[in-house]
Design a protein around this ligand. Structure first.
Ligand code: PFF
Length: 480
């Protein structure tokens, strides 16, 4: 039977689209401030370990499941498990996409507003005054209409690209935006390093201070490894489903991880060299980008241009990621319900934008999760990155271990690999080991989170902690 599914136009196009999904606000906005507040390079080391030990096997798993079935997550799990309950892992992915894009689109809107703000020379009046800049930023995100207006424009770009389809829309967009992001970031790094005192930023980012690392930073690094590689919600299953059998999944996955990590490091370098050169506060948290940077760009030569370029790459990075999130939902309705691409994109893009409106409003006067004492925006962010993505990723690992089988997984991975003369049993064991370790680490960390939330006293006692670890490991050993 001929495969009528849309396919990527080229291998490069696929790698750019998939790394476009991975490279986003997570790399340029979240990673630098997380590293800034959690021991700089010490956080980076833990984050890189999480990416290699937990991220790589699950990324390979998602790509293989997608390519094998040529379906988006719900259909893919259904097909490989003969219509069993595993399809709920696929539904969890669709639900996570919904949750993430609701708040992601809001921040996407901020990046657009700040690009134009910088372009119009608006940062000049903020020079050297973080208080004024902070106030302008909080007034902007807390107001009712402005951020919603920008969010809707951002979501329209996202829907416009998806409607054009996999090859001309998603791949075409990534082929333009990803090289631009790399080039502009390269220029910003160059600029940062050439500023006097900028090199201190490098030390901050790359010299480990393990004393600043605490258990919660490790949880954060793990959650972020999922978020930054777009894992645990079927994005890579969906993108893998547009791949043909000529592609080598292993080298593609390595490329995606390298590009994602490289861009996070470049962004960190650009930001911290500029921050240190201008004597600003590197641990300013989430406001580092939107509050601190606008006050220091005007102090460097050609600041308006550098500021505009910086927020423009942030916008493009957010857009290539948002596209991949909406594609999970669009592909579900195309594959499983037979809808047209236009209908699925417009309807669900519209509904997500509406939920996004409530996210945006929650930062000002109207918060629907006020009884929980947390803005709806943060609630969705925490729900997705701390729970939904890690749980989705672990279930994907368990699915391969328990249902699909390592043997079939390796067979799928080896399609497109030229060199076939190696010890397959050895590799099966390596993959099995990695999947078990990644599933186990995530389960332990989620239990830790859940206990801290529900019984805050319990884990204060180290003995209880060890008991919990021991019981999870024993239970897990029996299950596997
Ligand atoms: N990887 C994106 C980032 O780092 O910003 C966020 C993301 C995209 C998460 C796609 C999940 C996803 F499916």
């Amino acid at each position: 039977m001929k495969n009528s599914r849309e396919q990527w136009g080229s291998r490069l196009g696929f790698i750019l689209a998939a790394s476009g999904s991975a490279v986003g606000l997570g790399n340029i906005w979240k990673y630098p401030h997380m590293a800034g507040q959690n021991g700089g390079a010490a956080f980076t080391v833990v984050y890189l370990l999480c990416i290699l030990i937990v991220g790589l096997p699950i990324l390979l798993g998602e790509l293989a499941i997608g390519r094998k079935t040529q379906l988006s997550p719900v259909g893919a799990f259904n097909k490989l498990s003969n219509l069993s309950n595993w399809k709920w892992v696929g539904f969890l992915g669709v639900a996570s996409a919904f949750v993430i894009l609701s708040f992601y689109g809001v921040v996407g809107g901020w990046t657009l507003k700040y690009t134009l703000f910088a372009l119009s020379g608006g940062f000049d009046s903020l020079s050297g005054s973080p208080d004024v800049s902070g106030q302008i930023f909080s007034e902007f995100i807390g107001s009712s209409l402005q951020p919603i207006f920008w969010q809707l424009i951002f979501m329209s770009f996202c829907m416009g690209i998806i409607i054009k389809g996999v090859k001309s829309g998603i791949e075409g967009g990534a082929k333009i935006m990803m090289p631009l992001i790399l080039i502009i970031l390269g220029l910003l790094v160059f600029k940062g390093l050439s500023l006097e005192g900028g090199k201190k930023g490098l030390e901050f980012l790359f010299k480990p201070k393990f004393s600043d690392l605490n258990p919660s930073s490790i949880v954060m690094a793990l959650g972020h490894a999922f978020f930054t590689l777009s894992l645990g919600m079927g994005t890579m299953i969906t993108y893998g489903s547009y791949l043909d059998e000529k592609q080598n999944l292993f080298t593609s996955a390595i490329w995606i991880i390298l590009l994602d990590t490289f861009i996070a490091m470049l962004a960190g370098t650009a930001i911290f060299t500029i921050v240190f050169a201008m004597g600003a506060d590197p641990s300013a948290g989430a406001g580092l980008i939107f509050v601190v940077l606008p006050t220091i760009f005007p102090q460097i030569g050609g600041g308006a241009i550098w500021g505009t370029l910086f927020f423009f790459i942030l916008f493009m990075a957010a857009l290539t990621s948002a596209i991949s999130i909406l594609e999970v939902i669009t592909a579900y309705f195309i594959d499983e319900k037979g809808w047209s691409r236009n209908k699925a994109t417009l309807l669900f893009g519209g509904i997500i934008s509406l939920v996004g409106v409530f996210c945006s409003l929650s930062l000002g006067e109207f918060n629907i999760t006020a009884p929980l004492n947390i803005p709806f925006f943060d609630f969705l962010d925490e729900l997705a990155s701390k729970y939904m993505l890690p749980i989705g990723g672990t279930l994907t690992a368990l699915f391969i271990l328990k249902k699909w089988s390592i043997k079939k997984f390796l067979k799928e991975l080896l399609i497109g690999v030229k060199e076939q003369k190696f010890d397959k049993i050895f590799y099966q064991n390596v993959i099995k080991f990695l999947l078990i370790v990644s599933a186990l680490i995530v389960i332990l960390i989620i239990m830790n989170e859940a206990f801290n939330l529900l019984f805050p006293e319990y884990l204060q006692n180290a003995k209880n902690g060890w008991l919990l670890i021991f019981s999870v490991v024993v239970y897990f050993a029996f299950f596997i």
